[in-house]
Design a protein around this ligand. Structure first.
Ligand SMILES: Nc1nc2c(c(=O)[nH]1)N[C@H]1C(S)=C(S)[C@@H](COP(=O)(O)OP(=O)(O)OC[C@H]3O[C@@H](n4cnc5c(=O)[nH]c(N)nc54)[C@H](O)[C@@H]3O)O[C@H]1N2
Ligand SMILES: Nc1nc2c(c(=O)[nH]1)N[C@H]1C(S)=C(S)[C@@H](COP(=O)(O)OP(=O)(O)OC[C@H]3O[C@@H](n4cnc5c(=O)[nH]c(N)nc54)[C@H](O)[C@@H]3O)O[C@H]1N2
Ligand SMILES: [Mo]
Length: 652
C-alpha cells in the first residue's frame, strides 16, 4: 500500500476556494482536509469536500463515453470508445453546420465548479466555430452589474478587514452555509463589539445570533433600502461632505427614495417601521460599517434595483475609506485571469446570436427559432435540476431532432436525457488554476490521481474537438503554462499566477477607488433603476430556494442526504391544515412538485422554502423544485428570478 499527500485547491462554486491536503492511497483519494498556508481557509474545510472521495470513486461515476440505447430520458446507455464518441460528435456538428449553419450548435457551458482553464477552453472552441452563445445569466450577473454600474471595477473590501467593522449587515446572504470561512471573521468582529444585522426572509443561523433581524418579504429589498435612504435623509444621516466629494447623481437618486416613508415601506416589506428606522440609525451612527450583500436578493424581478439600492447605502453614508467599512462583494473579478477583464480573441464575424441561459428551455421548444438548435452541448452544468422552467428544459432535451451531448462526472438528471454522455474528470484529476471569489487568492489546482476510468478534463476535450475542426496553436494550449501564455496574449495580467493577497491590498476609496474616484448613482438612474414592481398574488406563498450545506448547487446530491421538504411557517401550515411530515403538493401554473411539509418557525409567514439543487430522483414523485421557477428575468442583465416563485401548498 502506498500513501502520498498532495496540496491542491478546490475550484468548486463557493467563495472560499480552500487549499486542500489530499491523501491518496494506491491511486485513490482516501482523505481530504484543510492545508495550511491559505490565510482564509486554513484550519478547516466543509464536510462536503471532506467526503468528496464519495463522488470521485462513486457508483454514479461515468467511466466511459455512453451512447443512448433506450428512448430519450430513459437512462439506458451502452459504453462506446472515445474515438467512436468523438466521430459521432464531429459528424453531428458538421451536419448541423452544413444544413443550418454553426448557430444551430448550442453550447450550454457554465463550469463555475471547474478550474479557470477548464472553464475557458471549451468556450474558445465554440466561439471559433461561430456557435450560438448562451449568456451566463443564471447567477450573480444582476448583482455584479449593479455593483459595477456604481463602483466600476473597484475591488470589494477585504474579508480580513471585517474584524474592524463595528456594524455588519448581512443582506440576502447566508455565509454560515455558503461562505463558511467568513463566519470566523464575523465572530471575531462581534468579539470586538460589532453589531450584526441580518436582512433575510428566513431566520437563518446568522439571524438567530444577530442583534437585529429584518425578515423582509422576498423581492421587496429595494423598498426597504430606499426607505432606509429616505430615513437617513430625514434624520441627517447622509454624509453630505462625502457625497459632495465622491458621489455623482445623489440628489436625483434621493428623489427616488422620498416616496418611501417608513409606514409605506413597512407594509410592502413585511417588517416594522421601527426596524427600518433602526437600520438607518445604525448605518448613520456606527462606524465603520460593512454591508455584505449576498445573492439571495438578486434573484427576483426587482433584483437589480435591490442590489443597487443596497450598494448605494455606503456611498450615501460615507462608510468607506477605513478598514471595516464598505461593501463585501464578489472578489471574482479581482483575479487577473478573470475572462471578464480581457477581450476574447475568438470573436466571430458576423457575431453569432445570443440566448439568455435562463430562457434556454423556452428557446429549445420554440418552433419559430431559426436556425433551429440541432446540437446541444452541456458541460459543467445540470440544467434539468438548476435552470428555471425545468419542464421546458426537459421538453427541449426530449426533442427527437436535437442531438444532446453532456460532458459529466456522474449520471445527473440532465445526463440521463443525453444522446451521448462523455465522462469528465474531477478537479483531483487535472492541473489548472483556481481563483477565489471570497478572498484575494489564486492557486494552482493539481492532478493528485490519474483520471478515473476514461474520464477526460474539459481542457483535454476542447483540444481534441478543436483538432478535429482544424483549430490548434496557442489558443488551444496543451498545459497550464501554455494556457497562461494565451491569457497574457489576450490582455491578461502576466503576473497571473501570483497569489494576490498582500497585507492592506484593498480598502475602498483608500487603496482602491472607482475608475473616476466617484460612486455613480447617476448610472443606476440612467438604467431606469431603482424601481419596484409589485408582486402578483395569484398564488399566496413566495417560494425561496436557498443553498444547502450538503451540496454545492446539485453537486454531491448523489450521496448526501436529500431534503424533499417544503418549509412553512406554523401559521401557513395551520391555515392549510398541514402538520409536520404531511405529504403535500407544491404547485403553480408551471408545474407540480410532491414534497413533505416541515413546519418551521424560522420561516416567516407567507414564505415557503425548498432546498436548491436536490436531485429529481430524491423527490417523492421524481420531480424537482425548478419546474415551479418562472423563467422571467430580473430588471438588470436578464438575471434569474428563482426567489420570485409563487406557489400554493396542499395536502396530497
Ligand atoms: N454549501 C453551499 N455553498 C454555496 C453554494 C451551495 O449550493 N452550497 N452555492 C454557491 C453559489 S453558486 C452561490 S451563488 C452562493 C450563494 O450565496 P448566498 O447568497 O449566501 O446564498 P443563497 O442561499 O442563494 O441566498 C442567501 C439568502 O438569501 C435569502 N433570500 C432569498 N430571497 C431573498 C430576498 O428577496 N431578499 C433577501 N434579503 N434575502 C433573500 C435566503 O433566505 C438565503 O438565506 O453560495 C455559494 N456557496
Ligand atoms: N431553484 C433554484 N435554482 C437555482 C438557484 C437557486 O437559488 N434556486 N441558484 C442558481 C445558482 S446560484 C447557480 S450558480 C446555478 C448553478 O447551476 P449548475 O452549475 O448547472 O449547477 P451544478 O449543480 O453546480 O452543476 C454543475 C455540474 O457540472 C459538473 N462538473 C463539475 N466540474 C466539472 C468539470 O470540470 N467538467 C465537467 N464537464 N463537469 C463538471 C458537476 O458534476 C455538476 O453536475 O444554479 C442556479 N439554480
Ligand atoms: Mo451561484
Amino acid at each position: 500500500m502506498t500513501t502520498t499527500e498532495h496540496i491542491t485547491a478546490c475550484p468548486l462554486d463557493c467563495p472560499d476556494t480552500c487549499t486542500l491536503s489530499v491523501t491518496v492511497t494506491d491511486g485513490a483519494v482516501t482523505a481530504v482536509d484543510a492545508a495550511p498556508g491559505n490565510p482564509f481557509t486554513a484550519g478547516f474545510i466543509c464536510q462536503k469536500v471532506k467526503h468528496q472521495a464519495r463522488r470521485v470513486h462513486a457508483p454514479e461515476r461515468i467511466h466511459t463515453p455512453m451512447l443512448r440505447t433506450g428512448p430519450k430520458g430513459s437512462g439506458s446507455f451502452r459504453s462506446i470508445s472515445w474515438d467512436d464518441a468523438l466521430d459521432l460528435v464531429e459528424a453531428q456538428m458538421r451536419t448541423a453546420i452544413a444544413e443550418h449553419g454553426a448557430e444551430s450548435i448550442v453550447p450550454f457551458l457554465y463550469n463555475a465548479s471547474a478550474g479557470t482553464m477548464q472553464g475557458e477552453l471549451t468556450e474558445r472552441f465554440f466561439r471559433r466555430l461561430g456557435a450560438t452563445e448562451v449568456d451566463v445569466t443564471i447567477c450573480a450577473l444582476t448583482h455584479y452589474l449593479a455593483y459595477a454600474s456604481i463602483y466600476g471595477d473597484m475591488h470589494s473590501s477585504d474579508p480580513f478587514d471585517l474584524e474592524h467593522a463595528r456594524l455588519i449587515v448581512l443582506w440576502g446572504a447566508n455565509p454560515n452555509v455558503t461562505n463558511t470561512h467568513l463566519g470566523p471573521h464575523i465572530v471575531n468582529a462581534r468579539r470586538h463589539g460589532a453589531k450584526v444585522v441580518v436582512v433575510d426572509p428566513r431566520r437563518t443561523a446568522a439571524a438567530k445570533r444577530a442583534d437585529a433581524h429584518l425578515a423582509v418579504l422576498p423581492g421587496t429589498d429595494v423598498v426597504l433600502a430606499l426607505a432606509v435612504t429616505r430615513e437617513l435623509e430625514v434624520t441627517g444621516g447622509i454624509d453630505a461632505a462625502f457625497v459632495a466629494a465622491n458621489v455623482v447623481g445623489a440628489e436625483a437618486y434621493l428623489d427616488r427614495a422620498r416616496p418611501w416613508t417608513l409606514d409605506r415601506a413597512a407594509e410592502v416589506c413585511g417588517v416594522s417601521a421601527e426596524a427600518i428606522a433602526s437600520l438607518a440609525h445604525d448605518l448613520a451612527t456606527i462606524r465603520p460599517a460593512t454591508i455584505r450583500p449576498g445573492w439571495g436578493l438578486e434573484r427576483n424581478r426587482n433584483g437589480g434595483s435591490a442590489c443597487a439600492a443596497v450598494m448605494a447605502l455606503p456611498a450615501l453614508t460615507g462608510q468607506f475609506g477605513v478598514p471595516g467599512a464598505g461593501l463585501l462583494v464578489s472578489l471574482g473579478t479581482a483575479a487577473p485571469l478573470h475572462p471578464g477583464r480581457r477581450p476574447s480573441e475568438e470573436r466571430h464575424d458576423p457575431a453569432p446570436r445570443h440566448v439568455n441561459m435562463n430562457e434556454v428551455g423556452r428557446f429549445l421548444v420554440d418552433p419559430a427559432v431559426s436556425p433551429p438548435a440541432k446540437v446541444l452541448f452541456v458541460q459543467g452544468a445540470n440544467p434539468v435540476v438548476m435552470n428555471p422552467n425545468a419542464n421546458a428544459v426537459i421538453a427541449g432535451l426530449a426533442r427527437d431532432d436535437l442531438f444532446v451531448v453532456v460532458h459529466e462526472q456522474v449520471m445527473t438528471d440532465t445526463a440521463q436525457w443525453a444522446d451521448l454522455v462523455l465522462p469528465a474528470a474531477t478537479h483531483f484529476e487535472y492541473d489548472d488554476l483556481a481563483s477565489s471569489y471570497g478572498s484575494f487568492t489564486m492557486q494552482p489546482v493539481r492532478a493528485v490521481i490519474p483520471p478515473v476510468g476514461e474520464a477526460i478534463s474539459n481542457h483535454e476535450l476542447a483540444v481534441r474537438l478543436a483538432a478535429r475542426f482544424g483549430f490548434d496553436g496557442p489558443r488551444f494550449p496543451h498545459d497550464v503554462d501554455e494556457f497562461l501564455a494565451s491569457v497574457v496574449a489576450d490582455g491578461g495580467d502576466p503576473a497571473a499566477t501570483r497569489v494576490l493577497r498582500e497585507p492592506g491590498t484593498t480598502v475602498q476609496f483608500r487603496d482602491t477607488a472607482p475608475p473616476d474616484g466617484r460612486a455613480r448613482l447617476d448610472h443606476v438612474l440612467a438604467q431606469g433603476l431603482p424601481r419596484y414592481d409589485a408582486i402578483d398574488e395569484r398564488f399566496p406563498l413566495v417560494l425561496v430556494t436557498p443553498a444547502s450545506p450538503k451540496m454545492i448547487n446539485s453537486i454531491f446530491g448523489e450521496f448526501n442526504e436529500p431534503d424533499p421538504t417544503v418549509r412553512l411557517h406554523p401559521d401557513d401550515a395551520d391555515a392549510r391544515g398541514l402538520v409536520d411530515g404531511r405529504a403535500v403538493t407544491v404547485r403553480n401554473d408551471l408545474g407540480t412538485v410532491a414534497a413533505v411539509v416541515r413546519v418551521d418557525p424560522d420561516q416567516r409567514p407567507g414564505v415557503a422554502a425548498m432546498t436548491k439543487g436536490v436531485w429529481w430522483r430524491a423527490m417523492p414523485d421524481g420531480v424537482g423544485v425548478n419546474v415551479l421557477v418562472p423563467d422571467t428575468l430580473s430588471d438588470l442583465g436578464g438575471g434569474a428570478c428563482f426567489n420570485d416563485t409563487r406557489v400554493e401548498v396542499e395536502a396530497r
